[in-house]
Design a protein around this ligand. Structure first.
Ligand code: UD1
Length: 352
């Protein structure tokens, strides 16, 4: 069997790691990896291949940044001849980025079967580009690899039950493996902070970064926290803050470069809490049993909220600081994201 994976943005490299390793372990699978080049900074791309022991991509389209249409269009044009050339049995697409949508559309038009990893997630927020990417990709795909029961319900509701399989969440696989490695190696704490007495924060969603007033209001709240806040700055945030004349380093905030994955896992696991608008980080916080505050009106990972480990703050930004400094949640041993065996289930589903 020949599988062609298409990745392009940071969270997709993380998801590619367990899939790639599971395919190697299963044997008899030729796995071709195409990088669209959506993320190209070394800290947004190369370090993930290095740290998660993924061999370098077979092809890189070098598409880079751009408006949605130009970026997605360049990917479509670049992917079509590659899919024809490699003639895979499956094109495997990951998550909800522009790279996901482009690969799904390129493949179905060539009548090549598409499998969508992380199918069925919904925020029901039509302002998010990712929501359109997910819905369109799910409806174009032939095999929907769902991470959770809730995702399976969404797919059934949209008439896609027959194409759906519950495989669990591959980010759980890679997180547990990395956590165990980091604990064994004893990675040092980030500089200048004490265990349990700092927060980890990320912000990159257009809804939070593009409006200068909203961005300043979020940063004000973070700056006023009692413990230091390590703000891991995505290039989008760095560029927009500079454009709006907003200083990231203020009060409790320490603005630093994005962290490689093992360092991120180490930093989050010893933090007092996470503040984010990322999907993946909300879940990573939960899996490491660190409280999370999400700066969004809704989340795809509803289980983290239902179990009390994630609180959403969006309209009432004045309440953000109090939400972050809330009392600790009740312990839970629930496993809504599986036990770390999802990638093997994906390989079984692809084999049919
Ligand atoms: C993309 C995904 C988002 C995912 C995120 C993870 C879409 C629509 N969004 O958002 O779902 O959560 O990746 O990080 O696909 N930039 C650089 N260097 C890079 C990458 C980006 O400087 O290596 C800058 C560019 O100015 C670019 C901006 O960041 O315009 C945004 O990058 P883009 O890939 O368009 O979207 P993300 O915000 O990263």
């Amino acid at each position: 069997m020949r599988v062609l994976s298409v990745v392009g943005a940071r969270p997709q490299f993380v998801k590619l790691a367990p899939i790639s390793h599971a395919m190697d372990a299963a044997g008899g699978i030729e796995h071709i990896v195409v990088h669209t080049g959506q993320h190209y900074d070394p800290l947004m791309s190369d370090v993930f291949f290095r740290d998660l022991s993924i061999r370098p991509p077979d092809e890189n389209l070098g598409v880079g940044s751009g408006a949605h249409g130009a970026q997605t269009g360049a990917m479509l044009a670049g992917l079509e001849p590659l899919i024809q050339q490699h003639a895979p049995d499956w094109v495997l697409v990951y998550g909800d980025t522009n790279s996901t949508l482009a690969a799904a559309v390129a493949a179905v038009k060539l009548h090549v079967p598409v499998a969508h990893l992380e199918a069925g997630l919904r925020s029901f927020n039509r302002r998010m580009p990712e929501e359109h990417n997910r819905v369109l990709t799910d409806h174009a795909s032939d095999l929907l690899l769902a991470p959770t029961e809730v995702a399976m319900q969404h797919l059934a509701h949209e008439g896609l039950a027959e194409r759906s399989v519950l495989v669990g969440d591959v980010m759980t696989d890679v997180l547990y493996a990395t956590r165990d490695r980091v604990l064994a190696e004893g990675l040092p704490l980030p500089e200048g902070v004490e265990a349990g007495k700092y927060h980890v924060a990320t912000l990159h969603r257009p809804d939070n970064t593009d409006d200068p007033e909203r961005l300043a209001a979020i940063l004000d709240q973070l700056a006023a926290l009692a413990h230091p806040v390590l703000l891991l700055v995505h290039p989008r945030l760095r560029a927009l803050a500079a454009q709006h004349g907003i200083t990231l380093d203020q009060g409790a905030i320490r603005a630093i470069e994005p962290l490689p994955y093992p360092e991120l896992v180490a930093a989050v696991s010893r933090s007092a809490g996470v503040i984010t608008d990322s999907g993946g980080l909300q879940k990573e916080a939960f899996l490491l049993r660190v409280p999370c505050t999400t700066v969004r009106p809704e989340t795809e990972w509803v289980e983290t909220v239902e179990l009390g480990w994630n609180v959403l703050v969006s309209d009432e930004l004045g309440a953000l600081r109090a939400a972050v400094e809330r009392p600790a949640p009740a312990p839970t041993d629930a496993t809504p994201y599986g036990t770390g065996q999802a990638a093997a289930a994906v390989v079984r589903a692809l084999r049919g």
